[in-house]
Design a protein around this ligand. Sequence first.
Ligand code: NDP
Length: 308
Amino acid sequence: MQTHTTPHATFGTTSGTPSKPPVTLLGLGDMGTALARSWLAAGHPLTVWNRTPAKAGPLVDEGARKTATAAGALESAAGPVILCLLDDASVGETLEAADLHGKDLINLTTSTPDQARRRARWAQERGARFLDGGIMAVPPMIGRPETGGYVLYSGDHALFERHRETLEVPAGARFVGADPGHAALHDVALLSAMTGMFAGLTHAFALVAPEKDLDRAGLATLLTEWLGAMAGAAHGMAAQLESGDYTEGVTSNLAMMTAANAALLATAQEQHVDPRLLAPYMELMSRRVAQGYGDEGSAGLVGLLGGE
Ligand code: NDP
């Protein structure tokens, strides 16, 4: 075990080779442990703390230093302090007794946008700089850039730039705005869109369930290609929502798509599939057409959900 008693210098060693900035990491669950290993592998001096101390053992064997308390970890931190805890409440609990003054907090704990904004204010009132992050990766993707994992960041841009190189060690780093809630908002927007995609895949595989001789792997290939091609529609929707003209560039309008829904529903009935995953979206489409907007694309449906 290393026995540092003073904060690490950010740069410079006696050998003249620039050393990597030190990292302090609170939280050694599956994700925290993966992050820890990536910084250790890249040569960053690493200080760790976890509520259940035993989880730090293997990392100490690999070169990390552990502290007995979260406050102790903060006290010795001379670089970014990364939080990777279960939820926002555990962040509050963990930092309650710590002196945050002058510290650079980077919170990778999943939060809602409002929780992130409140946590940013809370940290600033205690003299810390604050950046929020949303991890778009699972632990096996951490430290493996080829897997395409990344973390969304928002809040203090100068803080992001100061630690950018260190933050890019475990996964790509993408800054999405000065509002500390925007990383969480982007994170949830992506996960919500993914939920819709999984609903679609579930319905698609239910449709073919009765067909015992159908090649499911072949269907999976077709689905992957089709969804990939269709995902580009996000750009068209964004452009229409920006301009306010929901007919701009429309190639498949709502009237046509609503008529085609009849075939989707009739096929579900033929295959004895409950259409519950499609029905709410189709109801929105029909409502917009009934309002007289059949020549539009999908952007007009956004307003029907509220949120403005
Ligand atoms: P785990 O459940 O594996 O670990 C949770 C961590 O939080 C542990 O270190 C646990 O400590 C700690 N913790 C829980 N409650 C408290 C508390 N009250 N006080 C102090 N510490 C507490 O979760 P992950 O490591 O997988 O996830 C961490 C964060 O990363 C979460 O916010 C998660 O949403 C996010 N994330 C995770 C992904 C994943 O695939 N795993 C993907 C993207 C984001 P102890 O060991 O003592 O229980």
